[in-house]
Design a protein around this ligand. Structure first.
Ligand code: NAD
Length: 473
């Protein structure tokens, strides 16, 4: 069993000051995969001091040189590809067959992309008559991440932060420290200057507020639940730092009457079952025209049944367990709530598949007859549970789609792109996927309403870590 007793601070592995040990449980075997010593305020302060000291050096390092470091990190990630894949298999139960594509490939590409983007844009000076507009990195950034995409979320913040000249202190989710640990080893190996990247492992409720309140932290980028995101914003307020919040979602997916139902429903089911439903922008409310309901449920059932649920180390498995016992209990509870509310189970019963006798597994689950007032239609379940809702006409579909406190993502599958675009324009969400499109790291990602503010990915992510300076001549 792996023992993690050190944080990575000021370019070195430093014995963590805390006494509490957190057990990382492999959700497929229910066995302890690692024990991690939880950091204290003292560890956070040391890490912030190191980042603060490194900031003038790193921010004055030529952007092309910073990009070389990012490329070197990407090369080393490629060399440690299998270790990064295994970190996701062990700590969150992601099937080995998809862990590379879901969690690692984009992270490697993003390291290179943000280096190139910074070269192209950081030193550009915009002139408006007698005003020069320059870009400067915002300073020390605190990054707090969730457990559902450990590496992807880390790199989505770290790559633009480092490329722009910021220094960072990062805290992964308690349950998934392994990919972050490997990243610190990689960063150490490539010789990033001391203090530019600091990593602490700790309880969110304990060291999260210290990171958010810290007067030497200039910006905090948080990804996680809306509940914790609100706490972060409140704690950050007294030091007037920038806050980027990437929070929960309950995204709607409208399928129109004249859409290719086979393709549209297949896409919707596969979208929700991917990563065992633990994807913040999953299209978990499928809105279908009443007239096509029978066709929809036939395809939905067939595609959900194609999922191979089981041991994530098996090459043929497409869906592993939920990432933790806590998540397992939460998802099972929602499946019960849905039934009590009067929704009907098309497939899935909240039980484990017959092929496993342990592990935090839930079968692919599809509810029909879901109405907008139900809790399962309004609250984020974060598991392989899809709600199918019927509508009479497209105006009603748009109304149901926007009837949510969240606004992270959305989807439209219509007859063609031209028909989908006007519907996409009316959906209250930071993103809209039309005609079966997929995540792109070049597209800005983030929410409206209670799904957060700020943007990750795309060029916009770099802007989060930059202040504009006006020099008036
Ligand atoms: P969570 O909010 O419980 O934890 C996320 C992180 O916040 C963890 O590192 C945790 O230790 C830390 N944390 C907890 N309380 C804190 C506090 N008071 N102050 C500071 N940090 C604190 O969420 P989770 O259950 O780990 O993650 C799932 C949630 O994340 C879902 O709601 C999902 O939609 C959301 N998410 C959003 C995005 C996005 O980009 N919008 C991406 C992935 C996940």
């Amino acid at each position: 069993m792996k023992q993690i007793t050190h944080a990575y601070i000021n370019g070195d592995w430093t014995l963590t000051k805390g006494q509490e040990r957190f057990s990382v449980i492999n959700p497929a075997t229910e066995e302890c995969a690692a024990e991690v010593t939880m950091a204290t305020a003292e560890d956070v302060n040391l890490a912030v001091d190191a980042a603060k000291k490194a900031f003038p050096i790193w921010s004055n390092t030529p952007v092309a040189e910073r990009a070389k470091y990012l490329n070197a990190i990407a090369d080393e990630m490629q060399a440690r590809y299998d270790d990064l894949v295994q970190a996701h298999v062990i700590s969150m139960g992601c099937p080995v067959s998809i862990a590379g594509a879901f969690h690692v490939d984009c992270a490697i590409d993003a390291m290179r992309y943000y280096g190139e983007l910074a070269i192209a844009s950081m030193d550009k000076v915009e002139e408006r008559d007698n005003i020069l507009l320059t870009k400067q990195p915002i300073g020390v950034c605190a990054l707090i991440n969730p457990w559902n995409y450990p590496l992807h979320q880390l790199v989505g913040k770290l790559a633009p932060a480092l490329a722009s000249g910021c220094t960072v202190i990062e805290k992964p989710a308690e349950q998934t420290p392994l990919a972050d640990y490997i990243m610190a080893e990689i960063i150490h190996k490539v010789g990033l200057p001391a203090g530019v990247f600091n990593l602490v492992f700790g309880q969110g409720y304990e060291i999260g507020p210290i990171m958010a309140e810290h007067p030497k932290v200039n910006m905090i980028s948080f990804t996680g639940s809306t509940r914790a995101g609100i706490e972060v914003a409140k704690n950050a307020a007294s030091t007037v730092k920038r806050v980027c919040q990437e929070l929960g979602g309950k995204s709607a997916y409208i399928i129109t009457e004249d859409a290719d139902i086979d393709a549209a429903v297949r896409y919707g089911i596969e979208d929700v079952m991917g990563n065992t439903g633990q994807t913040c922008n999953a299209l978990t409310r499928m809105l279908v025209p009443k007239s096509r309901y029978e066709d929809v449920i036939k395809v939905a059932k067939a595609v959900a049944q194609e999922q191979v649920v089981g041991d994530p180390t098996r090459e043929d498995v497409t869906m592993g367990p939920l990432a933790s016992e806590q998540q397992y209990k939460k998802v099972k509870e929602y499946i019960e709530i849905g039934q009590q509310e009067g929704a009907e189970l098309l497939i899935g019963d909240g039980e484990k598949p017959e092929s496993v006798d342990k592990g935090f597994y839930v079968k692919p689950t599809v509810f029909t007859k879901v109405t907008r007032d139900m809790r399962i239609a309004q609250e984020e379940i974060f598991g392989p549970v899809l709600c199918i809702m019927e509508y009479d006409d497209i105006e009603q579909a748009i109304d149901i789609a926007n009837d949510s406190e969240y606004g992270l993502s959305s989807g439209v599958y219509a007859k063609d792109k031209a028909a989908a675009l006007p519907i996409a324009a009316r959906l209250e969400a930071g993103q809209c996927y039309i005609q079966g499109s997929y995540f792109s790291m070049y597209a800005p990602f983030g929410g409206v309403k209670q799904s957060g503010n700020g943007r990750e990915w795309g060029e916009e992510a770099l802007h989060e870590y930059i202040e504009t300076k006006a020099i008036i001549c």
